[in-house]
Write a protein that binds this ligand. Sequence first.
Ligand code: 13P
Length: 249
Amino acid sequence: MARKKIIAGNWKMNMTPSEAVTLIKTLKPLVATEDADVVFCVPAIDIIPAMEAAKGSNICIGAENMYFEEKGAYTGEISPNMLVDAGVKYVIIGHSERRQYFAETDETVNKKVLKAFEHGITPIICCGETLTQREQGVTIDFIRQQVKIALLGVSAEQAATAVIAYEPIWAIGTGKVATTEQAQEVCAAIRVCVGEIYDEATAAAIRIQYGGSVSASSAPELFAQPDIDGGLVGGAALKPDFGKIVNYK
Ligand code: 13P
């Protein structure tokens, strides 16, 4: 069965609750499609108003982060149940900005991935190399390690429903999009890795996104690649351009 594309916006730390409502109202008609799953991952405080604003549309509201404990003395964190209660179906886990600024590691990413599945939330698991790693020629080794650790203890059934976002760090917010060949090469390697951990069916089912300076002009070629099942979009997800990215064909 052909994989359905998944095109997600990562709003990062942008948009107040009222701005979120205005943006969703603007984007709603522009992102309407049956061909792809459309997800807006928004700041925690925007989730509830965004959910309300997206009602009756094809937009699914996701979170940008989640903690791996159920509840308790973890000041400032968001629990899986809080997301479930708010109607959240997707959560970004292990974005490179969280790894860089908030000390997330492959191990905490794995704990969060397991917790998300336990609560029926689909994780969008991020991986990606630095420019130095790319220049050292260790990109594929590094990505394989990130993916393998993130999926420790995850069953084949769960993995088949997961989303992996390949986001080369040097391409994030830089306007320097990876070439189509670079993006396809790594996404294909991720699929091979998933096949090794599980089996062919799981590798064929898991959805793999590319992220890093995706724009209306780069999306069509990227998303046409055999192993790229959509994108995780930062800056361009905050603009009407996101409609063009979603309807890239
Ligand atoms: P940009 O699209 O702004 O480069 O951000 C990509 C990203 O980090 C999405 O998670």
